[in-house]
Design a protein around this ligand. Structure first.
Ligand code: KIV
Length: 269
């Protein structure tokens, strides 16, 4: 029997999924083998996250990750990413000006093979997002807990609990969308705030520790396969009930699509 031809997931596909109320399932990957399994199981997009600084390189934070590191891992993932959209992070200090962001995003796309670029931060990144999108770079803006700022934030904490901070995050999300962002990722954000942002935006929101009302979810691969010591509350070890890595990844995708993951146990109020 011939395999059905699968079409590449694009930014337009993801926008249409939001319009249709179809949940988006995504995961991080850093190498060809895991990316192959994810792509075969039908993940919508794969992120080469700067979390690689922690889960691959063994650092305490994402701060040491370089643009060359991201390119190296994006290249590897790109070799097995036939259907999923491939997103990659701009790492710490690689987008301190719109021009620097353009130079580094171009390298990650041209040398690494990424289709979309993620960067952290709200209002201060608006001009950078405008410039990137103006030059044809699809951007995902990462709000809430932004791990590159961990030393400034004083730890990995839920963001947007106070009314002022919540209002600021909502306004930043709208401003980033207006500047051209094609997606907004919300990390460690109270459920109600993530819901409000999701309802306000026409572009999809992707949550990690942000509740089930987001348009999609993302998890770090190592959390999903249960090998992260002291894994965060918002993650789930899908290996326990599923036994093999392909089955665990498939179960995660199915649970995101049916809104069975995350549950309220994985969320913050
Ligand atoms: O770097 C990363 O893996 C991320 C996820 C936590 C979303 O940004």
């Amino acid at each position: 029997m011939t395999k059905p031809i699968k079409r590449r997931v694009t930014v337009t596909t993801l926008h249409n999924m939001k319009k249709k109320g179809e949940k988006i399932a995504s995961l991080t990957a850093y190498d060809a083998s895991f990316a192959r399994v994810m792509d075969d199981q039908g993940v919508d997009f794969i992120l080469v996250g700067d979390s690689l600084g922690m889960v691959i390189q063994g650092h305490e934070t994402t701060v040491p990750v370089s643009v060359d590191d991201i390119i190296y891992h994006t290249k590897a993932v790109a070799t097995s990413c036939d259907t999923a959209l491939l997103m990659a992070d701009l790492p710490f200090m690689s987008y301190t000006s719109p021009q620097q962001a353009l130079t580094n995003a171009a390298r990650i796309m041209q040398e690494g093979g990424a289709h979309m670029i993620k960067l952290e931060g709200g209002a201060p990144q608006i001009e950078t997002v405008r410039q990137l999108t103006h030059h044809g770079v699809p951007v995902c803006a990462h709000l809430g807990l932004t791990p590159q700022s961990v030393h400034k934030l004083g730890g990995y904490r839920v963001q947007g609990r106070e009314q002022d901070a919540a209002q600021q995050m909502l306004e930043d999300a709208v401003a980033l969308q207006n500047a051209g962002a094609d997606m907004v990722l919300l990390e460690c954000v109270p459920v109600q705030l993530a819901k409000d942002i999701t309802e306000k935006l026409s572009v999809p929101t992707i949550g990690i520790g942000a509740g089930t009302d987001c348009d999609g979810q993302i998890l770090v691969l190592q959390d999903l396969i249960g090998i992260t010591p002291n894994a965060p509350k918002f993650s789930k070890d899908f290996m326990v009930e599923n036994g093999t890595i392909p089955k665990a990844i498939k179960a995660y995708i199915d649970d995101v699509k049916s809104s069975d993951f995350p549950t309220e146990n994985h969320c913050f109020v």
